[in-house]
Design a protein. Structure first.
Length: 303
């Protein structure tokens, strides 16, 4: 594991693309002026950070440069790292204090929900927690089988029905099993593709009602999984799900395969939803709790 650890490796493509551009801009200036900030802002927008967030970062840069009397363009990089780290801070911890607690995992097809659940299950198990998975993506038989493979791999229990079964009924049974077996954490998979968006949202609402009714006092996390390689699309999905499903956090997957890791900032700042995990590969160990400082370091520090 190199100097940066897993998150730094996962961010390599983003760092290479973003930091090459930032460095070459900074090298082109001998003093700090408006033009420098404008060029930086442009690079951040192209790096999927989002227009609003890019402008906010540059405004803070301007303020701090002034306050601290900084004159050397080469000091801007460290300053950006600090600003980004601060922006990402807050709300990244999961709240799972009750026994059981529930994590509902939602998101469109192919973003990495089932894989993320497998990785999370292994993580919690390693912390000594008793985990039970609910195969509430009943849309395709393969989805249930895939979750079973992950349950095996992680060494945790799974509750499943047949293909086409009512997902809310699967969730009901999973919660009942969790109570009966004294599980600490219930993690429910869901389908990402139904005939239309209203259908999907109705189904998620129904699942939510079952959980609220069966476990009124339990801690619940509704995690939206989005795929970093889709850039601004991931931001749009987060916006839609936030308004329809009341998400508590984001899991950003496939950071390892993309230069578009800047979307983390767009999601955090524009939507005010905390990122709780990042996926940096397909393996069971490739899910990291989101660490703002490590993330910012992975973006800005020189190798
Ligand atoms: P779902 O439809 O949302 O349940 O998505 P899946 O969990 O089936 O994942 C879709 C594909 O994305 C699979 O091939 C996964 O191995 C892959 N995947 C998931 N997370 C990551 C990640 O963090 N990095 C990479 N490189 N691939 C991932
Ligand atoms: Mg799936």
């Amino acid at each position: 594991m190199g100097f940066f650890g897993k998150i730094g490796q996962g961010l390599k493509k983003t760092r290479d693309s973003l930091m090459n551009s930032v460095s070459s801009v900074l090298k082109g200036f001998t003093r700090i002026d408006d033009e420098l900030f404008e060029e930086l802002e442009e690079i951040l927008v192209m790096g999927d950070v989002g227009a609003n967030t890019a402008s906010r970062i540059c405004q803070q840069l301007r303020d701090e440069v002034k306050q601290q009397g900084i004159t050397d363009p080469m000091e801007i990089r460290t300053l950006m790292q600090k600003i980004v780290s601060r922006m990402l801070e807050g709300g990244q911890e999961l709240t799972l204090t009750t026994k059981p607690s529930v994590i509902l995992v939602i998101g469109v097809n192919g973003v990495g929900k089932t894989t993320t659940i497998g990785k999370m299950a292994a993580n919690f198990k390693a912390q000594g927690k008793k985990v039970i998975l609910g195969a509430a993506d009943t849309f395709r038989a393969a989805a249930i089988e895939q979750l079973e493979v992950w349950a095996d791999r992680a060494g945790v229990d799974i509750v499943k029905h047949g293909q086409g079964a009512d997902p809310a009924a699967v969730v009901f049974d999973t919660v009942s099993a969790a109570k009966a077996r004294g599980a600490d954490i219930v993690i429910c998979d869901t389908a990402g593709r139904l005939h239309n968006k209203k259908n999907l949202m109705d189904e998620l609402a129904k699942i939510g009602r079952v959980i609220d009714r069966e476990l009124p006092d339990a801690d619940k996390e509704i995690l939206l999984v989005v795929d970093a390689t889709t850039g601004q699309n991931a931001v749009n999905q987060a916006r839609e799900f936030k308004s329809a499903a009341g998400i508590t956090g984001i899991v950003l997957t496939k950071l390892d395969g993309t230069a578009r890791g800047g979307v983390v900032l767009a999601i955090r700042e524009d939507l005010q939803v905390p990122v709780k995990f990042v996926g940096v590969g397909e393996g069971i160990d490739d899910l990291q709790p989101f660490d703002p400082a490590a993330f910012a370091a992975g973006l800005f520090e020189e190798e």
